[in-house]
Design a protein around this ligand. Structure first.
Ligand code: NAG
Ligand code: NAG
Ligand code: NAG
Ligand code: NAG
Ligand code: NAG
Ligand code: NAG
Ligand code: NAG
Ligand code: NAG
Ligand code: NAG
Length: 893
């Protein structure tokens, strides 16, 4: 078999287009033909008769240029270009019929238009997707990109993107509407493969008007033993067409094997064996067959026969194609005549396409419409072109998107300092997935519109430093109060709080509520977001983030708390690189704890010891607001809260640095350690309880609105070298929002034994949930026993203590290792306080401030006893060594 000798590699001749036939001016339905780089009034008919118009109405950026005269072409549209020396991405926006199938063609003829004689290279984008990298290879040759595509929007955006090497340009854009039932694929748009459209047996190139769709058909030069055949009487009038509608002139020529008994073979290598191809073969019989003649053949694709033999019919076009994509290293079609056939196989034309992998869908239409309106309403000078969210490296400046859904959605809009004036435009409310909106430092006036409160996802709204007036909508104030919205409205002199405006229309008002006093002209001091979580029926349920915040004057805060703060001075530098972290921890030399969020290492910044918590990659993965949240946490200062003094944020290498707490956590000092060297005295215990209560009180009432710790437990209370207690891990639930799959969720979901039972019913965590957890801790402190202990038959602490309280057995309650060294009244006071904290009904639980008062009394009673009784060793407790294995966070220096 001489099959291999007939295997051909089709090479294509590039033959100049037919120049000829000036056809009368006539708009072509379904065609959009754009001559790029021309003035707005340009409108002419090309040599083909196609009507070309200027590109001026499709784009308003770029420069008009002409190619050098020696390159001037018969093809008028290519004599000018539009170039884009400015902007990363410049886009043509062309209205089309949504859902129609288009052949889109871009043409580039460099022609040394810029006098630099340097062949440019740049990216070509189609909407949200990268279409191709255009590499100009020859200044005098036009290059094409073609795609068969069904746009999902009512327009297409064709963008020229600067990849940093050269200035993009374009010569012409052509859109042709195709029949919907042609070129149907299961896999997306098609691009021609190797100048796919091959007019076999021809020596010329054809397009419109021969081709009603203006496809370009090239003659294919075959060095194979094919014989060209043709029949000039095949015309549009005589030919019966297929849906694909190959031009009659193309169908009038064909090839057959020169050796009549040999098969006809079409074969080509693919670039990538996983690419998907679609091949269309156009057949017609061009001669009238005699009664004793038959032309019948089998078609094999990579050796597999089509189920039926094929016999082209006279003047009747048949287009054969495979309905699903073809892949492989090599694609071979073999046409072999059947036994009964008297004539060899014949073929007129082929088309070879590769599926273009357009993975991105366009940004959600509603978002695009809204942002486009915003751009035009505020006359923004931003370089906002093309799809807002895709490709990701071309994301619009000031925007962030979420890519979770089918279509990307806009989640952040930052128009700070963008010169906005006028009202806050309603189209902002159409960005329904918006989480952050920053309109600060503009000249916006009029009232804050109510529609902002309709944005369900909005968590941060910054309207500072504008000219807004009137009342803040009550719904926004409500969200702010309940902690779901971080609202900043400072430096808007004419704003007043809801209910405080005597006359809405009256601009100037001096009645300023405390809320406004706090808000206006000051900075957001800190923000903690808690995640509400659920263990409803032992099934974790994740709730939405709740943003809580405190706004106060910066000066005011630092004045207030430098006094309270202990001697720890914050190192100036707060952001550390990963290599710093390696140095600080001496390559993670010493582990001092393991917590739910990661491992804690001992480190030194200068001579100051620090606890470095390396966050496990799974807990930080995908977490984007890390920096912002951590910066806010760093501004929370109270002597009974562990200070966050720095952090590292390099990809998944995220860590938090805390002051080092020398005496570890409370639990190990109570009962956690096997060899307990020191026993905390009753006075120590009361002081620690008081410290922890003060820390919580500060979170609950020193901050407005309150911060809920959500995980109060004895391992989250740390002791420094003076046995001063500090709460740790507050705010971390904000930094690690749980998603269902994260292992973190079980950790931040509170700790069994400390979890407010009311939470099961209400599904809502409040300050009173912290009070419950605190009550349990207080009972641990009093009894020196774990929440559940085997020697009590695993009865929960609360239940166990209640039974003893009923019996009035205070000695049975207080830690027996104290050997009765405590004041009975003081102990009763502490127990009563603790029991009030663990009341089932949250309303019956006291506020932390009440607890502080009660414990102060208990401490005073105890101090009165020890003063009278000099045997006490109240302050004689020596530091204990740290247990390195306990779950622990910041340890003390
Ligand atoms: C495209 O369509 C939009 C909306 O229908 C219209 O406002 C705009 O003027 C059109 N653009 C052109 C160039 O026709
Ligand atoms: C560019 O193309 C022209 C014809 O189109 C050819 O004559 C010339 O040799 C080509 N130049 C290069 C550098 O390939
Ligand atoms: C074509 O056929 C002729 C004789 O039939 C032979 O001499 C020639 O080598 C063949 N050419 C190719 C490329 O197969
Ligand atoms: C023609 O093709 C047949 C079948 O492939 C082969 O046997 C024969 O040798 C070929 N003839 C010539 C002249 O190449
Ligand atoms: C071309 O077609 C005509 C009829 O339209 C037919 O008479 C003629 O034989 C055909 N020519 C060839 C070479 O087959
Ligand atoms: C077909 O019939 C014609 C006469 O009509 C004759 O000349 C020719 O030889 C026949 N061809 C074959 C292959 O039988
Ligand atoms: C053209 O061929 C198709 C089958 O390929 C057939 O169904 C149709 O009737 C033919 N049309 C004419 C006009 O012969
Ligand atoms: C060839 O033609 C004969 C007579 O028409 C028929 O019986 C036979 O099945 C055909 N063979 C094939 C392979 O089509
Ligand atoms: C968008 O998100 C990235 C990654 O989280 C962040 O670095 C960037 O600052 C955000 N951009 C805006 C405008 O918020």
């Amino acid at each position: 078999m001489a099959v291999s000798s007939y295997t051909l590699s089709i090479t294509f001749l590039f033959v100049a287009f037919l120049s000829s036939l000036l056809i009368q001016a006539q708009a072509q339905p379904g065609f959009i033909s754009i001559d790029c780089g021309t003035s707005a009034d340009v409108n002419y008919n090309d040599y083909t008769g196609i009507n070309y118009i200027s590109d001026a109405s499709f784009i308003n950026t770029g420069r008009i240029e002409s190619i050098a005269s020696e390159f001037t072409s018969y093809y008028r549209a290519l004599s000018t270009v539009r170039s884009f020396p400015e902007g990363k991405r410049n886009c043509y926006k062309i209205n089309i019929t949504r859902g129609s199938k288009y052949l889109i063609r871009t043409i580039f003829l460099y022609g040394n238009y810029d006098g630099r004689n340097t062949l440019p290279m740049f990216d070509l984008l189609l909407g949200a997707n990268r279409w191709d990298t255009v590499t100009i290879r020859n200044a005098s040759r036009e290059q094409y990109n073609e795609i068969i595509y069904v746009p999902t929007l009512a327009y297409v955006q064709i963008c020229l993107a600067n990849t940093g090497t050269s200035t993009p340009f374009i010569s012409a854009i052509e859109l042709r509407t195709l029949e919907k039932n042609t070129y149907v694929t299961e896999n997306g748009p098609l691009e021609p493969y190797h100048f796919s459209r091959c007019d076999l047996g021809s020596t010329k190139t054809y397009r419109y008007k021969d081709d009603v769709y203006d496809r370009y058909w090239y003659p294919c030069d075959f060095q194979q033993n094919w014989t060209s055949v043709q029949n000039a009487s095949i015309t549009d009038n005589t030919l019966h067409q297929s849906d694909c509608h190959p031009p009659a002139i193309v169908m009038s020529t064909a090839v057959t094997p020169a050796n009549v008994s040999a098969p006809l073979v079409l074969s080509w290598m693919t670039e990538n064996e996983n690419d998907k191809y679609y091949v269309y073969m156009h057949f017609t019989e061009i001669q009238v067959l005699a009664a004793n003649q038959t032309r019948e053949f089998n078609i094999f694709l990579n050796g597999n026969p089509r189920p039926k033999t094929f016999s082209p019919q006279y003047m009747n076009v048949s287009t054969l194609y495979s309905e699903s994509a073809i892949s492989g290293k090599e694609i071979t079609y073999l046409l072999e005549m059947t036994e009964n056939s008297t004539l060899p196989p014949i073929i007129s034309a082929t088309e070879i396409y590769r599926v273009k992998d357009f993975q991105h869908s366009d940004t959600f239409q509603g978002d695009v419409d809204a942002i486009t309106t915003i751009k035009s309403v505020y006359v923004l000078t931003k370089d906002w072109q093309g799809d807002p969210c895709f490709p990701e490296d071309y994301l619009w400046d000031g925007l962030n998107c979420t890519y979770r859904d089918d279509s990307p959605r806009i989640t952040t809009l930052n128009l700070s300092s963008s010169g906005l004036s006028g009202k806050i435009h309603p189209s902002i409310s159409k960005l329904t997935m918006l989480e952050k909106l920053d309109l600060s430092n503009n000249n916006l006036d009029d009232e804050i519109p109510d529609f902002l409160s309709q944005l369900q996802q909005l968590k941060i709204l910054n309207l500072e430093n504008n000219n807004l007036s009137g009342a803040i909508p009550s719904a926004l104030v409500e969200k702010y109060k309940e902690g779901s919205l971080l609202l900043s409205v400072g430096q808007n002199p004419n704003l007043c709080a809801y209910g405080q405006c005597n006359d809405k229309k009256k601009k100037k008002t001096n009645i300023i509520t405390p809320l406004i006093a706090l808000i206006s002209g000051v900075l957001i001091l800190l923000m903690i977001v808690t995640i509400l979580w659920a263990l409803k029926r032992r099934k974790p349920k994740v709730e939405k983030l709740t943003a809580l915040m405190v706004e106060m004057g910066e000066n005011q805060i630092s004045r207030q708390y430098t006094e309270q703060d202990d001697a720890l001075r914050q190192p100036k530098k707060q952001i550390y690189s990963y290599s710093d972290v390696l140095k600080i921890t001496n390559n993670f030399n010493t582990i001092i704890g393991k917590g739910g969020f990661g491992t804690v290492y001992l480190g030194y910044i200068g001579a100051t010891p620090v606890a470095v918590k390396m966050l496990s990659p799974s807990s930080v993965r995908g977490y984007q607001q890390f920096q912002a949240e951590v910066k806010l946490l760093m501004r929370v200062h109270h002597k009974n809260l562990t200070s966050l003094i720095g952090y590292c944020d390099e990809g998944t290498n995220k860590s938090l640095m805390y002051e080092y707490m020398a005496n570890g956590n409370l639990q190990e000092n109570l009962y956690g350690k096997d060899n307990k060297l020191n026993i905390l005295s009753w006075e120590d215990r009361l002081r620690i309880s008081l410290d922890a209560a003060s820390g919580l009180e500060y979170l609950h009432t020193g901050c407005k609105p309150p911060i809920i710790h959500r995980d109060v437990k004895s391992t989250n209370i740390l002791l420094n070298e003076h046995f001063q207690a500090k709460l740790s891990d507050f705010g971390l639930s904000k930094i690690f929002p749980t998603d269902g799959g994260s292992h973190v969720s079980t950790v931040v979901a509170g700790t069994p034994g400390y979890l407010d039972p009311h939470y099961y019913i209400s599904n809502r965590l409040t300050e009173k949930s912290d009070v419950y957890g605190y009550g349990v801790v207080l009972l641990e402190i009093i009894t020196g026993q774990p929440v559940k202990a085997r020697n009590r038959g695993n009865i929960h602490m609360v239940e166990w203590v209640s039974s003893l309280v009923e019996k009035g057995d205070i000695k049975g309650i207080v830690d027996s290792t104290l050997e009765g060294e405590f004041d009975i009244n003081s102990a009763w006071k502490a127990v009563e306080t603790a029991m009030a904290c663990v009341s089932l009904d949250p309303i019956e639980r006291p506020m932390m401030s009440v607890i502080v008062v009660e414990l102060k009394e208990a401490l005073a009673t105890e101090l009165a006893r020890t003063k009278d009784n000099t045997t006490s060793g109240a302050n004689s407790v020596e530091p204990v060594n740290m247990n390195l294995d306990t779950e622990l966070a910041p340890l003390a220096r």
